[in-house]
Design a protein around this ligand. Structure first.
Ligand code: PRX
Length: 648
């Protein structure tokens, strides 16, 4: 048996950047990308200095990178403020009266904040923080829906050097408590409630439950959003709007060390204990600034809509900090994509003339399932660029997105990155790099990824292996909060000095990267190691399938058997014939080795709150075991119950 992951997906379609797009883009052709990429690798100091100099520094850096593996200091000795770079920097330019944030609430209200207005709100709220004895280095939990106040709270923390930790508004009291405990937060910013599919999520009540046992939180600032009845704890809780009455709007940005902590964002670790990923100021800013600029080729006249919730890293980097650092107009939407009907996104794009849409494969697969008629009702001609992030996108979903949403004219950037990486690392540049459906294509500037075998040796073309990054990059995580050892062990010990992503990948004959899924999910069938995403992509390429998840179950003969959980498109009959047809379909597309031993139809698949399929739970169901693992990040518990029932 060999240890390399095998790769069988045969995807031959290539889409060259359209001429009229490329002509106007910052990076106009492959040769220009290659030239800049070579420079970024050979002379990283020069490359990153040039990028960083486009931003405002209160004190210049001494050294671009100090690297004592695995600990990095970027722009060492420099001083700056992130909120100044996102706001003040634009106030002396034509952007002063430009929309910084366009927002739409789920019930339909709309708000616009210009750069000048946003600056004023951030300064005032920063003064509220100071008034409440929150200062530099203090940790602050933000538990808010995707409303402008979430961005205001984040930027206000950044302005005074407080370290924010945003907790996704869908998480429960227990999750909040864990994060308070781990971060030692002294304050919490929340709202009375938020809207979700027409109902009200009782945010403040969840906070009250989290704080029932003694915690380090001394102050809770409450924004009035949903006007639901809440309890205000005397001496601990204050209203956001009342506090504003006591402050003025003068709040100069604090000069912070380039390595000053900016935020902690928790991601679920495999062991249950959440990991607090720590990002710092200077390098993170440079990373999100230049990726937003080059990957989305963002323009002053664009309306940029990243649909991620503010509680995820995508919301941090590409709803708030990246677009604002570039002086762009960022669109924010509070609610669900299918409220009140499955065309909400398309309605928003039509009404607001959105130009760039950045969303997740899980959303795209839901749109496919809901049917094309919802898309066809709307004029999407304002769109000029599409992006995806979060999971491997199955080539057929990519094609659907390209054709039905992009009208065949918009480039699709499939961006690979992680909470840990802070910014996009592998991605097409839309005017320069030809795309292949399902591939994140080539590394961004300064990023040196490789696919390696268990000994750390780079594998050849089209051979699968583990994806590593061979040198530090500006927006990298600096540590796991409070746990240097875990940081070292988890990311830097397996291949010393190299960053372990935890993903499996292969590189094709053109050097393009294809992510085949998380290493932990790799199947081992009769000595063949197969990534999950290729089999899933083969299933999704069948006309009747909307979504598929593939897992292994113990098999005496083969080591592991392949079990496929499949959801079909609306209106399709999930019959036994279709099961047989799907097995054959995988056989033809990949090979007999990957044919599922069992196909199970499911109404829905278990997903995390951020839309990733939870294969770990499916594995337990497939092997007939009771689900015992941690399910706290599961989005919809009824899905799990239904899957287990269908088993009996
Ligand atoms: O497995 C990869 C997958 O999502 C993981 C990172 O998840 P998270 O930290 O939640 O961040 C998501 C937003 C950046 C990766 O290890 N992933 C993310 N983007 C892609 C992807 N897999 C394939 N293709 C992508 N474009």
């Amino acid at each position: 048996m060999h240890d390399n992951i095998e790769s069988h997906l045969k995807e031959k379609r290539v889409f060259k950047p359209a001429k009229n797009f490329a002509q106007k883009a910052r990076i106009k052709n492959l040769a220009q990308y290659q030239r800049m990429y070579r420079e970024s690798i050979k002379r990283p100091d020069k490359f990153w200095s040039r990028e960083a100099k486009e931003l405002s520094w209160q004190k210049p850096w001494r050294k671009v990178l100090e690297w004592k593996a695995p600990f990095a200091k970027w722009f060492a000795g420099g001083k700056l403020n992130l909120s100044e770079n996102c706001l003040d920097r634009h106030l002396t330019t034509h952007r002063r009266n430009k929309a910084a944030i366009l927002w739409e609430g789920e019930p339909g209200e709309k708000r616009t904040l210009t750069y000048q207005q946003l600056h004023r709100e951030v300064c005032r709220f920063a003064n509220v923080l100071k008034r409440n004895k929150i200062g530099k280095g203090d940790r602050v939990i933000i538990y808010l829906p995707t409303i402008p106040e979430a961005a205001i709270a984040m930027l206000a923390c950044a302005r005074i050097g407080a370290v924010h930790s945003v907790v996704f508004g869908g998480f429960s009291a227990d999750s909040i408590r864990d994060r308070i405990h781990d971060s030692g937060a002294i304050a919490l910013i929340t709202a009375d409630g938020s809207y979700r599919r027409g109902g009200i999520v009782p945010l403040k009540k969840n906070v009250d439950d989290a704080l029932r046992v003694g915690t380090s939180v001394k102050r809770v600032i409450v924004f009035q959003r949903a006007h639901n009845q809440i309890h205000m704890e005397e001496g601990r809780d204050v209203w956001w709007h009342r506090e504003l009455e006591y402050v003025d709007d003068d709040c100069p940005p604090t000069a912070l060390d380039s390595e000053h902590p900016l935020y902690i964002l928790y991601t679920s670790g495999s062991t249950g204990k959440p990991k607090g990923i720590l990002h710092t100021t200077g390098g993170y800013l440079v990373g999100i600034y230049s990726t937003t600029k080059y990957v989305f080729d963002i323009r002053d006249e664009d309306i940029f809509w990243c649909t991620a919730d503010i509680g995820w890293v995508t919301g941090h980097s590409y709803v708030v900090y990246g677009p604002l650092a570039n002086g762009a107009t960022t669109f924010m939407y509070e609610g669900a994509p299918n409220w009140p009907e499955p065309d909400r996104f398309w309605r928003i794009i039509e009404q607001n003339r959105v130009n760039i849409l950045y969303t997740a494969p899980t959303a795209i697969r839901a749109f496919i399932r809901w049917g094309d008629q919802w898309v066809k009702k709307h004029d999407l001609s304002s769109l000029r660029l599409l992006g995806t992030v979060g999971e491997p996108i199955n080539p057929e979903a990519w094609m659907w997105y390209h054709k039905n949403i992009g009208g065949g004219r918009c480039p699709v950037v499939d961006t690979w990155w992680q909470t840990e990486t802070g910014a996009i690392l592998i991605t097409p540049l839309p005017g320069a790099i030809p795309t292949k459906p399902g591939s994140a294509t080539l590394p961004f500037f300064g990023v040196d990824p490789a696919v390696v075998d268990p000994n750390g040796k780079e594998v050849g073309a089209n051979v699968g292996g583990k994806l590593i990054i061979r040198r530090p990059w500006p927006s990298m995580l600096r540590t796991i909060y409070g746990d240097k050892q875990r940081y070292q062990k988890q990311y830097w010990s397996e291949y010393k000095g190299n960053y372990l992503t935890g993903d499996g990948a292969r590189r094709d004959q053109d050097g393009y990267f294809w992510i085949v899924g998380r290493i932990d999910d790799v199947l081992n069938v009769a000595g063949h190691r197969l990534g999950t995403s290729e089999i899933e992509s083969a299933l999704v390429s069948h006309a009747k399938v909307a979504e598929a998840a593939v897992v292994g179950r113990p098999d005496e003969l083969k080591g592991q058997g392949v079990v496929a959980f499949v959801t079909v498109k609306t209106g399709v009959d999930a019959s036994n014939d279709l099961k047989a047809e799907l097995r054959e379909h995988v056989g033809t597309h990949i090979g007999a080795i990957a044919k599922p031993d069992e196909v199970r139809f499911a109404e829905a698949l278990p997903k995390t709150r951020s839309g990733k399929i939870m294969r770990r739970l499916l594995k337990e169901i497939a092997s007939g075991a009771k689900v015992t693992g941690d399910t706290t990040t599961l989005e919809d518990f009824s899905v799990l119950a239904k899957l287990s029932e269908s088993d009996e």
